[in-house]
Design a protein around this ligand. Structure first.
Ligand SMILES: Cc1ncc(COP(=O)(O)O)c(C=O)c1O
Length: 453
């Protein structure tokens, strides 16, 4: 079943795909390809939807956008203006958040192996929540806090050992096979609580977990809340006074999806690309918010405790479908008995590293083709790994066609590499205006780093 292009805010005029009143093929011709195009109005609409959905939480709910999902400054500005804080995972992202004017107490700092330099920067910035991932890090944070003579507000990340359904292992982060968070069957969490409770320099704000990315199994978020509430109570028992619970990010998107383990094996092994299937429910965010908020409220009532603040760190489900990647077809080839190939100017360096384990729609942007053909779409590098998709169903392609890779907002710009040369720029559509929000990299940008060139 094909997804209606209106779901991405697209329309067809003169056979071409238009986004927010702009002809995508015209943008490709004017600005060149590969190029990302992001819609400010779709970002704002999604931000409003999310804030509205969590506006029903009877306590205080704070949304911190996950910078690592998409750290294009123009995208972040739109989201901060709409009311989101920042969730950062390294020193650069912290620096960027400060540069964009995000106050320290609206920043959550995560990461499984932060350096002392990063931890010091987080302490100096007065981040609202410095999430400690393991006991070794707790020791370092404590000694840095002592030296800085500041009381540092920390969270404790735990491993809840929860694996949502219909996912492949590359998208899971909350299982005991993953490297993140304090282990619960051992005594790591209680040890950490004891240390924080007896420390003058650390203040425990709350417990945190992040169980994966691209999740549609809402029950797994409810189970996470239950686990975190038990640990919240344990923190009080240990003499701490936490005031929040942080459930990370992880919600899936409506118009793209993760492959299951079986689908991933079939795709990597024999290039069997699964179908995208029907879109997720229109009210996905409302359902997610209801599941999480009810789990929080019911869980607190059952335990007879006050409702903590709720912290969320969404990424993918905020930005994914607000951005499109445009590629041009430079050559088409047919190898009788082996298949049809299309060579484009994008490939492994422009599509997301995570793309390998996700199904996205790819649309013909410049015309309505007739018929359907299975085609392997590649980039321009002499590498068998430079694949956009194998076995895509598209009308027979021609040289000069423009392809729109949909749902390019999450982990595309963030994970693109210089494997194929300079990285593409990002165009921002905001009403009538279209402009570069991140210009394409130039040869000189790359050469500037080469001290022997
Ligand atoms: C700690 C943490 N928070 C939030 C996110 C954002 O996740 P997503 O983009 O799936 O919402 C991630 C991404 O993996 C993460 O590691």
């Amino acid at each position: 079943m094909e997804i209606d292009i209106g779901e991405w805010g697209l329309s067809r005029r003169d056979q071409r795909l238009w986004l927010d009143g702009h002809d995508l093929t015209g943008l490709a011709e004017r600005f060149g390809t590969p190029v990302h195009v992001v819609s400010a109005s779709r970002l704002r609409a999604r931000a409003d939807e999310v804030l509205d959905a969590f506006g029903h939480y009877p306590g205080n709910a704070q949304i911190h956008f996950s910078y690592k999902t998409n750290s294009v400054a123009g995208v972040l500005r739109v989201l901060h203006d709409a009311g989101f804080g920042a969730e950062v995972v390294n020193g650069y992202e912290l620096h960027l958040a400060r540069r964009l004017g995000v106050p320290g107490d609206r920043i959550v700092f995560n990461g499984p192996n932060k350096t002392d330099v990063e931890l010091r920067a987080a302490i100096d910035a007065g981040v609202g929540l410095l999430v400690v991932d393991h006991l070794e890090e707790l020791t370092r944070v404590q000694s840095l806090a002592r030296r800085s003579e500041q009381r540092v507000r920390i969270g404790l990340r735990v491993c809840p050992d929860i694996s949502p359904r219909h996912m492949n292992a590359s998208s899971l982060t909350g299982s005991r096979r993953n490297q993140f968070g304090l282990d619960l069957p051992g005594d790591e969490y209680s040890t950490a609580l004891g240390r924080v409770a007896s420390s003058d320099e650390l203040e425990l704000r709350g417990v945190m977990a992040h169980i994966g990315s691209g999740i549609h199994d809402l029950k797994s978020f409810e189970r996470t809340v239950e686990t975190l509430l038990d640990l919240h109570v344990a923190a009080f028992d240990a003499g701490c006074s936490p005031d929040l619970i942080d459930i990370g990010g992880g919600l899936g998107t409506r118009l793209s999806r993760e492959l299951t383990t079986f689908e991933l094996l079939a795709y990597l092994g024999v290039a069997r690309l699964p179908r995208l299937g029907r879109p997720g429910p229109m009210d996905l965010w409302a359902r997610y918010a209801e599941a999480v908020c009810c789990a929080m409220v019911d869980g607190c009532e059952r335990r007879g405790i006050a409702l903590p603040d709720l912290v969320l760190e969404p990424g993918r489900a905020i930005v994914s479908d607000a951005q499109v990647l445009l590629l041009s077809v430079g050559a088409v080839r047919e190898r009788p008995g082996a298949g049809h190939f299309a060579l484009t100017d994008g490939g492994a360096m422009t599509v997301s590293m995570m793309f390998l384990s996700e199904v996205h729609a790819v649309l013909l942007a410049n015309r309505i083709g007739s018929g359907s053909q299975r085609v392997d779409v590649f980039g321009a590098l002499p590498s068998p790994m430079d694949v956009v998709y194998r076995n895509l169903d598209l009308p027979p392609l021609r040289v000069g066609d423009v392809l729109a890779v949909m749902d390019a907002g999450a982990y595309f710009t963030a994970t693109s590499t210089n494997f194929g040369g300079p990285r593409p720029g990002v165009l921002l559509i905001d009403g009538d205006e279209v402009r570069w929000t991140r210009r394409p990299e130039s040869y000189d940008d790359l050469l500037a780093l080469e001290l022997d060139a």
